[in-house]
Design a protein around this ligand. Sequence first.
Ligand code: SF4
Length: 64
Amino acid sequence: MKLIVDRERCIGAGMCVLTAPEAFDQDDADGRVIPLDATPSPEWEAAVREAVQMCPSGAITLAD
Ligand code: SF4
């Protein structure tokens, strides 16, 4: 599983950080997402997939 984040699309809603805090953080300066690991461990796959669904801007995608 590879995580692809488009920071230009991110609106800083923070749903990804709440849903999968091991995989995402938010930039203190602009509130946009910071991916912590481009290849999250399998134990976080369900949370990361949920974060993809919950992101209101479609800024997160996964490549299997
Ligand atoms: S949920 Fe989407 S819009 Fe919100 S911070 Fe994460 S990537 Fe950005």
